[in-house]
Design a protein around this ligand. Structure first.
Ligand SMILES: Cc1cc2nc3c(=O)[nH]c(=O)nc-3n(C[C@H](O)[C@H](O)[C@H](O)COP(=O)(O)O)c2cc1C
Length: 510
């Protein structure tokens, strides 16, 4: 089985569609804890506050810092980025105990994504490999010394990694999500990394720190560096931060394995072999495969456009300070809307949210300008200024194409797994990919990339919506019914993500 055995992706994707997932009863007494806790490592407290950037949200989610100036974030800034992407922002009580909500949305509030960092010496922190613990807002050192050479090698000398003083690595511990979602949890590995990465990219941009998404790496080398038990936890994505010209000493020595005691997340765990086989099939196992990945940027094809067009009415938030929030305010305010009011949003609100969220993700699987793995389809239930109906968004001309007119609230409710949220929302945004083309170009690894890009755009949609006083919620969906609904336009595509946007019904704050 190799990255080119693309039947593996189809097997995984088709077996984890709704409907079709086996019935499942939650064993609440065995619910995993939402943290990775190292039992023997001392915490290194990191500074809880640093000055806010005050950069407005729509700017932060759509722009990146210039790459060619020297940029060495200090520990205070790094702590801020960790807080704004994966920190605990709210607490709530529920009958079974307390729940700690995070800066980014996560399926089932299960928080199975962890953040690690590989850093040179920066102001306030020695060089090393660290784990970030949101529960006590601390780092724990896994390896002392400068290990950047190891990640430069593992990424085939990826230039953004080679010049970064710090690289953040996201991982997923499957069981912490599959407890509820079974094998579909592998999709959530990328969705829930994606929402965190949307926050991280936006926060980095606000602090003027260059950042990028790197998905091409030798899996075994990164997993070994972090000391992961790869049957249970795997690395997902690397995010180089900052820029330094200072040369890195190439890592030549063998990296010793490490294995620290961690608290079991729950009493017992269930193994989902489909997750492990999909992960293995999408792993890059040789330097040649990594180099090939790095040379294979994807050129997207714009979908055909024949219907009535509605050009987005975009108003940059720089000129619109009264309604738009700073990125910090937005992240602290964000939550998932539990009930939408059946009231309209304006076309301007939709335009701003969509336009800024859909700007190109700075990822190693995309060429520098204008490409994407996901197309955006929408159901407008109630948006002032455009007819109710189904649409496709054309990024190149910045316009919505009306595919079919009509009131599709009931259909939207059904497509979002029969929940009220997508029926009550003003608009539902679907991210669809042409999986055949993606797999042909990238092999199985392309599935990871398409799910991840969709998660990042989904995370930005959350931020864009909240910055304008709207609400948002990620949703799961009936895969094939979504494609049927948007066909013939969407024929042959696969659904990667769904977000509902609209006005939240006010409820008691947490
Ligand atoms: C990809 C994704 C899918 C989600 N799917 C659903 C869903 O189907 N139904 C639902 O009520 N909430 C859904 N949520 C919302 C989560 O339950 C919510 O993010 C989590 O409880 C954490 O709460 P918060 O977003 O308010 O911080 C989803 C969130 C994400 C990121």
């Amino acid at each position: 089985m190799t990255n080119r055995t693309i039947e593996e992706t189809w097997k995984y994707h088709n077996k984890t569609k709704h409907p079709g997932m086996p019935p499942h009863y939650l064993d609440w007494s065995n619910q995993p804890i939402p943290f990775k806790i190292y039992e023997t490592l001392e915490p290194i407290k990191i500074p809880p506050d640093s000055p806010p950037s005050n950069v407005l949200t729509l700017t932060a989610i759509s722009e990146s810092a210039t790459k060619d100036v020297e940029c060495l974030p200090d520990l205070k800034t790094l702590a801020r980025l960790l807080y704004l992407s994966a920190g605990i922002t709210k607490k709530a009580n529920y009958p079974g105990g307390e729940i700690y909500f995070r800066a980014a949305a996560c399926t089932g509030a299960l928080y199975h994504i962890d953040l690690y960092l590989v850093t040179k010496h920066i102001e306030g922190l020695d060089a090393g490999v660290y784990h970030f613990g949101p529960h006590d807002f601390s780092l724990r050192v896994l390896r002392k010394g400068d290990y950047r050479g190891a990640i430069i090698n593992a990424t085939g000398q990826e230039p953004t990694i080679a010049t970064a003083p710090i690289t953040i690595i996201t991982t997923s511990t499957f069981w912490r999500n599959s407890w509820k979602y079974q094998s579909r949890a592998y999709r959530h590995t990328f969705w829930d990394s994606g929402t965190i990465l949307a926050n991280l990219l936006a926060a980095a941009s606000a602090y003027n720190i260059p950042a990028a998404i790197v998905t091409g790496f030798l899996d075994s080398a990164i997993n070994n560096l972090l000391g992961l038990d790869t049957n249970r936890e795997v690395s997902v994505c690397l995010v180089p931060l900052g820029n330094t010209k200072e040369p890195v000493k190439a890592e030549s020595d063998e990296i010793e394995s490490i294995n620290y005691e961690t608290m079991p997340p729950s009493r017992s765990e269930i193994d989902y072999p489909l997750i492990r086989s999909m992960h293995l099939a999408s792993s890059l196992t040789s330097e040649e495969e990594v180099r090939e990945w790095r040379m294979g940027a994807f050129e997207s094809r714009q979908p055909e456009c024949t219907g009535r067009l509605f050009t987005l009415e975009v108003q940059a938030d720089k000129n619109n300070g009264q309604i738009s929030k700073t990125i910090e305010e937005t992240i602290l305010k964000r939550g998932s809307t539990r009930q939408f009011a059946r009231t309209p949003i304006t076309f301007k609100e939709l335009s701003n949210t969509l336009y800024y969220s859909a700007r190109q993700v700075p990822a190693d699987f995309l060429p520098p300008k204008g490409s994407t793995l996901n197309d955006i389809y929408l159901i407008a239930n109630d948006v002032e200024g455009i007819p109710k109906g189904a649409y496709c968004y054309h990024r190149d001309i910045n316009a919505l194409e009306l595919l079919k007119e009509g009131d599709f609230r009931d259909e939207a409710g059904h497509l979002g797994l029969g929940q009220d949220i997508p029926a009550d929302a003003s608009i539902d945004v679907f991210l669809l990919t042409d999986l055949n083309r993606v797999l042909e170009k990238f092999g199985n690894r392309g599935y990871r990339a398409a799910e991840l890009e969709a998660g990042i755009i989904g995370g930005r949609l959350y931020l864009g919506a909240y910055s304008q006083g709207l609400g948002a919620s990620g949703l799961t969906f009936f895969d094939d019914d979504v494609i049927r609904f948007f066909s013939p336009h969407a024929n042959g595509k696969s659904v990667m993500f769904l977000v509902a946007l609209g006005k939240s019904v006010k409820r008691k704050s947490r």
